[in-house]
Design a protein around this ligand. Structure first.
Ligand code: FAD
Length: 382
C-alpha cells in the first residue's frame, strides 16, 4: 500500500523545497515533494551540457539578496563563490554598462555633454545614488535630466520592453518603468545587494542537499493530479494559481521564452556575464555562463533568450504580465484560494502570481512555515 504523508508539496523549486526542508527537519513532518518535471530546482535548475559546461536551461540565475538570514539559511546547503554580475547593453554600436552609469554617458555622448550631464546628475541626486528613469523624467524644469531620462527610456528600456512583454511600455503597470535605475557612479555591478554569490557546486547540488532527509520523499515526473488525496493530510501548492482552478475564470497571462544554446570557443565569448540587445534583433539578451560558474576551458556556453507568447501546456509560464487586468484576475483566484486555507496553502512565484527573485521565493517559504504551517500543526496536535 502507498505510504501516507503529513504534507504534499507540489513543486520542487525554491519555494517548495524550502517549505519541505523546514517541515521535515524543523517540525518532524513526513513530506512528499512532487514535480512534473524530471528534476528538482524548478526554474533555478542547472546541469552539465554535452560539452561538460554547467548551464541554466531556464535562463541565467544569479543569486543576490540583502537578507543575511536567507543567505545563511541557504549556506547550510552550499558553499558560496562570490560573483558580481555585470551587464552591457548594445546601444548605438557600443557595449555600454547597464544600468546606465557615468561611463555609459562618456561612451555615448560628446565629452562636454557627458561631463555636463554627469555634473547635473551628481548635483541632483548625489554621487552613488540610483535614481530611476521615472525620477529623471519627472525632474521638473531640469531639461538635462529630462533629456537623459527620455534617452535611457528610448535607447535602453522601450524597445527591450516591447520585445520582453510583447506590448507597448505604456500598457504595463507603471511600477515596471519606475524600477529602471540610472547609476550616478562608475559602479557597473548589475545588482546592489549586500550578498551576491553563486552556489559553488551549482543549484542542482544545493537542492539535493536541501531535500536529503529521511522525512522527505521526492517523486519526479509526477503531476498533482496523479497523487490520491488520501495519501496526504495537507498540501502546499507551488504550481500556477489559475491551473489549480482549471482556469475557470480565464487564463492568467504570462510571457514565455525560447532559448538557443551555443558552445563557442572561449575567445568568442562575451566580456561580461550578459549582453542586452535593446534595439536590434528579436532576442533580448545573451549570457555567457563561464562568468556565472567560474568554469574555465577552451569553450564556453552562450544562451540567447527570445521572448514568446505563453500557451498553457505548450510553453513555460515565465513572467507574470504586470497589467491592471491581470492583477484583477489574480485577485479573483486568490480569493478562491483563501477558501481552501487550512488544507491547501498557495505559495511561490506561480501560485502567488508574482515575480519573485530566488531569495524572495526562499523568504516566502520560510515565512509560510513560521506564520501559517507551524501554527496549523500545533493546533491540530492540541
Ligand atoms: P518554480 O521554480 O517555478 O518552481 C515551481 C515548480 O512547480 C516547477 O518546477 C513546476 O514544474 C512545478 N509544478 C507546477 N505545477 C505542477 C503540478 N501541477 N504538478 C507538479 N509540479 C508542478 N531569480 C533570481 O534571484 N536571480 C536571477 O538571476 C533570476 N533569473 C531568472 C531568469 C528567468 C528567465 C526567470 C524566468 C526567472 C529568474 N529568476 C531569477 C526567478 C527565479 O526563477 C524564481 O525566483 C524561482 O524559480 C521561484 O521558485 P518557485 O519555487 O516559486 O517556482
Amino acid at each position: 500500500m502507498s505510504r501516507r504523508y503529513d504534507w504534499l508539496i507540489v513543486g520542487a523549486g525554491f519555494t517548495g523545497a524550502t517549505v519541505a526542508e523546514r517541515l521535515a527537519r524543523g517540525l518532524d513532518q513526513r513530506v512528499l515533494v512532487i514535480d512534473r518535471r524530471d528534476h528538482v530546482g524548478g526554474n533555478a535548475h542547472d546541469r552539465r551540457d554535452e560539452s561538460g559546461r554547467t548551464v541554466h536551461p531556464y535562463g541565467p540565475h544569479i543569486f543576490h539578496t540583502n537578507s543575511r538570514r536567507i543567505f545563511d539559511h541557504l549556506g547550510q546547503f552550499t558553499e558560496w563563490r562570490p560573483y558580481f554580475h555585470r551587464v552591457r547593453g548594445h546601444v548605438d554600436g557600443q557595449l555600454v554598462p547597464i544600468p546606465f552609469n557615468l561611463d555609459s554617458m562618456r561612451m555615448l555622448f560628446p565629452a562636454g555633454m557627458a561631463e555636463r550631464l554627469s555634473e547635473r546628475l551628481i548635483a541632483a541626486f548625489g554621487f552613488g545614488a540610483r535614481p530611476t528613469i521615472a525620477d529623471l523624467r519627472q525632474a521638473g524644469e531640469d531639461a538635462d535630466l529630462k533629456f537623459l531620462g527620455d534617452y535611457v527610456f528610448d535607447k535602453v528600456f522601450a524597445a527591450y520592453s516591447r520585445k520582453q512583454w510583447g506590448m507597448e511600455p505604456e500598457a504595463l503597470d507603471p511600477s515596471v518603468t519606475a524600477r529602471v535605475p540610472v547609476a550616478v557612479s562608475r559602479d557597473d555591478r548589475y545588482f546592489t545587494d549586500r550578498y551576491q554569490a553563486m552556489p559553488r557546486d551549482g543549484y542542482a547540488a544545493l537542492f539535493q542537499r536541501m531535500l536529503d532527509h529521511p522525512n522527505i520523499h521526492v517523486s519526479l515526473n509526477t503531476d498533482m493530479a496523479e497523487v490520491a488525496p488520501s495519501r496526504f493530510d495537507r498540501m502546499v501548492y507551488c504550481g500556477a494559481l489559475d491551473d489549480y482552478f482549471g482556469r475557470v475564470a480565464g487564463a492568467l497571462p504570462y510571457r514565455s521564452l525560447r532559448f538557443e544554446r551555443q558552445v563557442v570557443a572561449a575567445e568568442a565569448g562575451l566580456p561580461v556575464g550578459t549582453v542586452n540587445y535593446p534595439n536590434e534583433f528579436d532576442f533580448t539578451r545573451v549570457t555567457d555562463f563561464r562568468h556565472l560558474t567560474g568554469e574555465r576551458g577552451e569553450t564556453t556556453c552562450l544562451l540567447t533568450e527570445y521572448p514568446i507568447p505563453h500557451e498553457p501546456g505548450r510553453t513555460e509560464p515565465f513572467y507574470p504580465i504586470p497589467t491592471e487586468a491581470s492583477q484583477a484576475l489574480a485577485d479573483l483566484y486568490r480569493a478562491m484560494a483563501r477558501t481552501l486555507e487550512g488544507r491547501v496553502w498557495f505559495a511561490g512565484r506561480l501560485a502567488d502570481y508574482r515575480y519573485y527573485n530566488m531569495d524572495q521565493a526562499v523568504g516566502r517559504g520560510l515565512s509560510l512555515v513560521e506564520k501559517a504551517l507551524a501554527p496549523a500543526i500545533l493546533k491540530a496536535a492540541a
